[in-house]
Design a binder for this molecule. Structure first.
Ligand code: ZN
Length: 383
């Protein structure tokens, strides 16, 4: 079955192509051209009338949406979250767990495995475990009652139920560097997050290959001129893949400019870190890992202490924020919404580009509002 998307403004890493035609066959991109495409065998034609056509977004860090959380551990929750993500233009994601009991993590993995049998919305690449091996003094909105020491056996038991692809942990904890090496041996990307590490404490894990920072600047050691901390590490070491929550709340506009103007964009990844209150109205209150959270003025904060608990961000709005705040060209910014993630997860030859041979996971956006107009997954139009 062939689908032709015509009159698209294609945006892909280093590509900005107006009036383009994109031919899709068997779920893959067959041709991207400004020339006429032979209509033979084409069953479906979609006229985008000049709208942007981009690689479908990949969110590697999100907990929930529409009143559901990954740690609700039901197939229904994963399905509802996947449906909400699809509406943001996301075609693949990493359902992200919280610092909770081992039995809850296993149940969440079971729910993810059940959803993967019939992925009708956004597709799951694998699980992101955020915690439980974090620094108890840098919990943020994670519940310290469930924090434990790094333990690869616990991770592998969860991964046996449904593959774990990314784990956020504090490398300064006992055995933190060996844990990074063990993750790599098992095809899991280790990430430094919820960490109180000094720069020196971080380096043993860096030497073992750790190259990912969980929600850069949030819940990590700050930059000081005599101890650069993990924020300093993110600026000093350009090869660290830094997750950035682009909601203009977790990082102020000047910090976003600092990150996007000064760092190599090949190593920045936009995330939402969205909670169950994403896609919900203001005033929505809920519990997260046993802690009370309330949504006020679009900000999800712990009722006790007021810590930011995560975001309500939508991916398409995050990209608009980046355009508005940084002023950078879309063909550069678009790296951070999919392709960098795909490369790090070993999918760089199939996801993250509008290019011949890549999977037809695509999102069409209104060029003014960045509202989602269409989403294709494996060439099938799902929105
Ligand atoms: Zn998170």
């Amino acid at each position: 079955m062939k689908t032709l998307i015509k009159n698209a403004h294609v945006i892909s890493p280093d590509v900005d192509l107006k009036k383009a035609n994109v031919l899709i066959e068997k779920g893959k991109i067959k041709l991207v051209t400004t020339e006429a495409v032979p209509q033979k065998g084409v069953e479906t034609v979609v006229d985008l009338r000049g709208k942007y056509l981009m690689p479908g977004f990949i969110d590697v860090h999100l907990h929930g949406a529409c009143g559901f959380d990954v740690c609700d551990a039901t197939p229904e929750a994963i399905g509802k979250i996947a449906e909400a993500k699809l509406a943001e233009g996301c075609t693949s994601f990493l359902p992200t767990t919280l610092t909770v009991a081992n039995k809850t993590l296993k149940a969440a993995a079971k729910a993810v495995a059940a959803y993967k049998k019939d992925e009708r919305f956004a597709k799951v690449i694998g699980i992101h475990l955020e915690g439980p091996f974090i620094n108890p003094s840098c919990c943020g909105a994670q519940n310290p009652a469930f924090v434990r020491q790094p333990n690869i056996k616990e991770v592998l038991a969860i991964s046996a139920i449904s593959p774990v692809k990314l784990i956020s942990y504090a490398p300064e904890m006992k055995g933190g560097d060996a844990f990074a090496a063990a993750c790599f041996e098992n095809g899991i990307v280790p990430s430094c997050g919820h960490t109180g590490a000094t720069f020196a404490q971080f380096l043993p894990a860096y030497d073992k290959g750790l190259r990912h920072l969980t929600h850069f600047c949030n819940q990590m050691t700050k930059l000081h001129h005599r101890e650069i901390g993990m924020v300093g590490a993110g600026f000093l070491l350009d090869d660290l893949n830094t997750e950035v929550i682009c909601d203009r709340i977790h990082l102020c506009d000047d910090m976003l400019r600092l990150v996007f103007w000064k760092r190599d964009l090949a190593h920045v990844q936009m995330i939402t870190d969205s909670l169950r209150c994403s896609h919900c109205p203001d005033g929505y209150a809920f519990e997260m890992g046993g802690l009370k959270v309330e949504l006020k003025n679009g900000e999800a904060r712990l009722v006790e202490g007021g810590n930011l608990a995560g975001s309500t961000l939508w991916l398409n709005k995050g990209l608009k924020n980046l355009v508005d705040v940084t002023g950078l060209p879309l063909k550069d910014l678009i790296r951070v919404t999919s392709w960098n993630q795909a490369l790090e997860l070993g999918l760089g030859t199939e996801l993250g580009k509008v290019q011949k041979g890549f999977r037809a996971d695509l999102v069409a956006l209104d060029p003014k509002t960045f509202d989602v107009c269409a989403v294709f997954v494996d060439g099938e139009q799902r929105i």
